[in-house]
Design a protein around this ligand. Structure first.
Ligand SMILES: [Zn+2]
Ligand SMILES: [Zn+2]
Length: 368
């Protein structure tokens, strides 16, 4: 963790040219004033929003990224195609980046940590050139399927299919409101899991990141708002660990398991659910790191400022005062450097402890 606040490399700058389609679809929603909202378009909006949300959360996230249940090859393809309709690139791109997020949560290597700024974690990270490609090493288990590679390479196909269907069923209103408007809402609700779910809500479990549980985000995203539960125990398909934690993606998958389309749904064991609770005094590494990171950045930005020109003028006329002032300046500078070093050591120790905790969790099966 660097102690210099937000720093971005040139390839982490937003590429406005390649981001144009993303911004254009936002603007096209305004055409709703011209097309109006027909009852068919309203139904399409709801179906396209919740339907594609399911494909993203149950498919791209819980299946392709975390393998928290099993599917046959046809169902796997349907999940990849459905997720592809949400215009969030292909399943292999999405899942490989998401696995990366879990591996490096809230460290410098995290692709979308809000520690680098809220908007960066929300959309910035997908609008820059840095994350255009996907790394095969991160997703060898699914990259071996040619149909998934094809859909990831030609990620426009499901998007155009969804748009055409909406147009054929609901005309211009169906396309503009049923498809474009639902896509924009779907985007931002999905992105909330990367941004808001790391800053808003409560922490039940001590993890090495800043993930939180939020009922509001869970409502908007069919259960993805229990993000602290999820970071703590990624192997589980069920993210709402208790009956009161709304998790419809899990309920639908459970329903599909009764008819044999979904198999081996992983649930959180009781011993996992009751361990590592912040409430029970477990040391909260994730928040410790976040606060020390902020302290380091604040310290870096402190500038020693002379109080006023009057003091300088006075110092020129009084040599004794000038010497005393210089001594004090040097003392402050020395203390500041010592404090910065202390923060840097504390952060390095926290990073190391975080790495060890993650390795231990992997070995004990708490995470993949
Ligand atoms: Zn995840
Ligand atoms: Zn996260």
């Amino acid at each position: 963790m660097k102690l210099h606040g937000i720093e971005r490399s040139p390839e982490e700058k937003i590429n406005w040219k390649s981001s144009f389609p993303f911004l254009l679809i936002h603007a096209l929603v305004l055409l709703t004033f011209w097309t109006g909202i027909t009852p068919t378009a309203a139904v399409l909006f709801a179906v396209m929003f919740w339907g594609r949300m399911f494909f993203i959360t149950a498919g791209y996230h819980r299946y392709f990224s975390h393998r928290s249940y099993k599917l046959g090859r046809t169902m796997q393809l349907i999940m990849a195609f459905g997720g592809g309709m949400s215009a969030q690139k292909g399943a292999l791109w999405w899942a490989s980046h998401h696995r990366n997020h879990h591996r490096y949560s809230d460290t410098d290597q995290d692709l979308h940590s809000p520690q680098k700024g809220f908007w960066w974690s929300h959309v910035g990270w997908i609008l820059c050139d840095k994350n255009n490609d996907w790394n095969e090493d991160d997703i060898r288990d699914f990259a071996k399927f040619p149909e998934l590679r094809f859909l990831t390479k030609n990620d426009w196909i499901p998007i155009w299919f969804g748009a055409m269907m909406c147009f054929l069923i609901g005309g211009w209103s169906g396309l503009v409101f049923g498809f474009f408007a639902s896509t924009v809402l779907l985007w931002h609700c999905t992105f909330f899991v990367n941004s808001l779910a790391h800053v808003m809500g409560r922490r039940r479990y001590a993890t090495t990141d800043t993930s939180r549980n939020s009922a509001i985000i869970a409502f908007l995203t069919m259960g993805e708002g229990w993000h602290n539960n999820h970071h703590y125990y990624q192997a589980s398909c069920r993210q709402g660990f208790y009956w009161w934690e709304w998790d419809p993606s899990y309920y639908v998958l459970k329903g599909l398991s009764f008819v044999g389309l979904v198999k081996d749904i992983k649930e959180p064991p009781v011993r996992v659910k009751t361990a590592a609770r912040v409430r029970d005094g477990q040391f909260d590494m994730g928040m410790f790191k976040a606060y020390w990171g902020k302290a380091g950045a604040a310290l870096h930005n402190v500038r020693l400022t002379r109080q006023s020109d009057d003091v300088d003028t006075l110092a020129v006329t009084d040599p004794e005062l000038a010497t005393h002032r210089q001594e004090l300046d040097e003392l402050i500078a020395r203390n500041r450097a010592a404090l910065a070093e202390h923060v840097a050591h504390a952060m390095a120790a926290a990073e190391e402890l975080g790495r060890l905790t993650r390795r231990q969790n992997r070995q004990t099966g708490v995470i993949d």
